[in-house]
Design a protein around this ligand. Structure first.
Ligand code: ADP
Ligand code: MG
Length: 477
């Protein structure tokens, strides 16, 4: 007759108790609960990840030996880690991981069993799926081929390529790609996924945005199905999570990601994450998650330089079968420096304008289109920026601008500042007034009128204002 898990564990404890010090026994062994025994795998529940790591580090041999005595040499141990002890609304959340220290005692195929307690519901489609039916949610247009390499992204791209060739078996696990908006993080992450599918067709790849992951988690949490959710993700071979900065403030979702991350990582599966900041600067994300993120490689994406911008534009045109004069391409590459998305946006606007107006693309049209484009993508100028510029220009200390004084030079500087604030920001008259020591909107109207009048009558005054206008305009570009 088979022994029960309680009995097996009790016998193990009997031996362990004699070997380890009493205090250690109380700390590390008493809190353990045996929860299952199947096919010579004893599952024990431990209170935390840390607890599990501690046992694996310090007591794995002892555990292996005692368990082997009980169950024979095929004996193996599995941990059920309490990730969240739950409350009256949510069931406790646990995660099952194999005991690594037992590897040598098992036949290798079963080294990393995927433990699924219940049939798993796929949060993306329908319940009752098989592993192979998981749709990767990848967009096939994102490939390595269409992803131009430059100094700005070389490390990330090459690491991505390596990961795609040997998912889970390089030290780039996780691979974290980080950088500002529109620099190609999503493109690269998806290209890795597509490449894995091409080279290793049996691997299960899944791309998910952090928002989607968090939404799914919250749905499952409402339906008391968090375990299903976690188990689904634990089936993935290559998991891509885009924009992990959105996990800030989503505490519970972070716990789920943590459980999934650990399981996948321990099972030799690949994780790819993108973020708008380096893992060390991510705010609102638990330190234990961040420390996991730093286990592998963090590669940043920078702004592309002029050469790379040219390459990207030319590649895009070639892919889309477009043609335009080289000087136009150069003009775009030279003027759009913010990011790749805007570079593409400029190209598309230009094409749209040319076909709408049935006009050839030439430098003149490009200049016209880019003027609009630069305007919409330009920096937001604030009242404070303008105040500082005016103070600089007139050599005034900043505090003086706000002082209640009738000194002409200060009054005029203040009036010009209000006038420029009205012209270059979207702030209301009321808001502008508030930035000048709480003056009301009629004062702002009066100031603007005075400036206009003076510009008409006083040449020198006019020159100053025009010069300042140019400075503000430049700062906004
Ligand atoms: P992010 O996720 O960093 O905000 P995306 O991956 O969405 O940026 O990239 C924005 C756009 O720029 C996409 O259309 C993408 O294909 C393109 N892109 C970015 N980097 C490159 C590159 N190195 N080569 C070609 N296209 C790029
Ligand atoms: Mg993105």
């Amino acid at each position: 007759m088979d022994k029960t898990h309680d009995k097996v564990w009790l016998n193990c404890l009997g031996i362990i108790k004699d070997i380890v010090e009493w205090q250690h026994f109380k700390t590390w062994f008493e809190p353990i609960k045996p929860v299952g025994l199947k096919d010579k795998i004893l599952t024990i529940q431990v209170p935390s990840q840390f607890f599990y790591e501690y046992l694996e580090e310090h007591y794995v041999n002892l555990l292996a030996k005692t368990l082997k005595r009980e169950l024979g040499k095929e004996a193996r141990l599995e941990y059920r880690i309490m990730v969240d002890s739950g409350n009256d609304k949510n069931k406790p959340l646990t995660m099952d991981v194999p005991g690594h220290g037992f590897k040598t005692y098992s036949n290798n195929e079963m080294d990393f069993p995927l433990v699924i307690n219940n049939p798993v519901k796929n949060p993306f489609v329908i319940p009752g799926l098989k592993k192979m039916q998981i749709d990767s949610q990848l967009n096939p247009i994102y490939s390595f081929d269409s992803f131009i390499e430059g100094d700005c992204n070389r490390v990330a791209r090459r690491a991505g390529k390596t990961v795609a060739e040997k998912p889970g078996s390089t030290s780039f696990n996780p691979l974290v790609v980080y950088g500002g908006v529109g620099l190609g993080k999503t493109h690269l992450a998806q290209a890795i996924g597509n490449e894995v599918k091409r080279i290793h067709s049996h691997k299960v790849v899944l791309y998910v945005s952090s928002e989607k992951f968090i939404n799914q988690f919250q749905d499952h949490s409402r339906n008391n199905a968090i375990n299903d959710f976690i188990h689904f993700y634990q089936m993935i071979d290559v998991l891509i999570v885009d924009d992990v900065q959105f996990f800030n403030r989503a505490e519970k979702s972070q716990d789920a990601l943590f459980a999934i991350f650990n399981h996948l990582h321990q099972s030799g599966k690949q994780l790819i994450l993108t973020s708008d900041k380096s893992p060390k600067d991510l705010e609102g994300v638990q330190e234990r998650l961040l420390s996991r993120f730093r286990w592998g490689l963090s590669a940043d994406m920078q702004l592309p330089d002029y050469e790379t911008r040219m390459d990207i534009l030319e590649k895009k045109m070639k892919n889309d079968g477009l043609d335009m004069p080289k000087e136009v391409v150069k003009y775009i590459a030279y003027n759009i420096q913010s990011n790749v998305r805007e570079l593409e946006g400029a190209l598309i606007s230009l094409l749209a304008q040319s076909s709408l107006n049935k006009r050839e693309i030439d430098l003149e049209l490009a200049k016209k289109v880019l003027r609009n484009f630069v305007k919409t993508s330009s920096k937001e100028i604030t009242i404070e920026t303008i105040q500082k510029m005016v103070c600089d220009y007139f050599n005034l200390p900043y505090e003086r601008l706000l002082q209640k004084t009738r000194k002409r030079e200060i009054v005029q500087a203040r009036q010009i500042t209000m006038y420029l604030a009205k012209q270059f920001t979207k702030n209301s008259l009321k808001t502008i007034g508030e930035h000048f020591g709480g003056r009301d909107h009629t004062t702002v109207i009066h100031s603007c009128q005075t400036v206009k009048d003076l510009m008409d009558t006083d040449g020198l005054f006019r020159e100053s204002v025009v010069e300042l206008q140019q400075k503000v305009q430049l700062a906004a570009m």
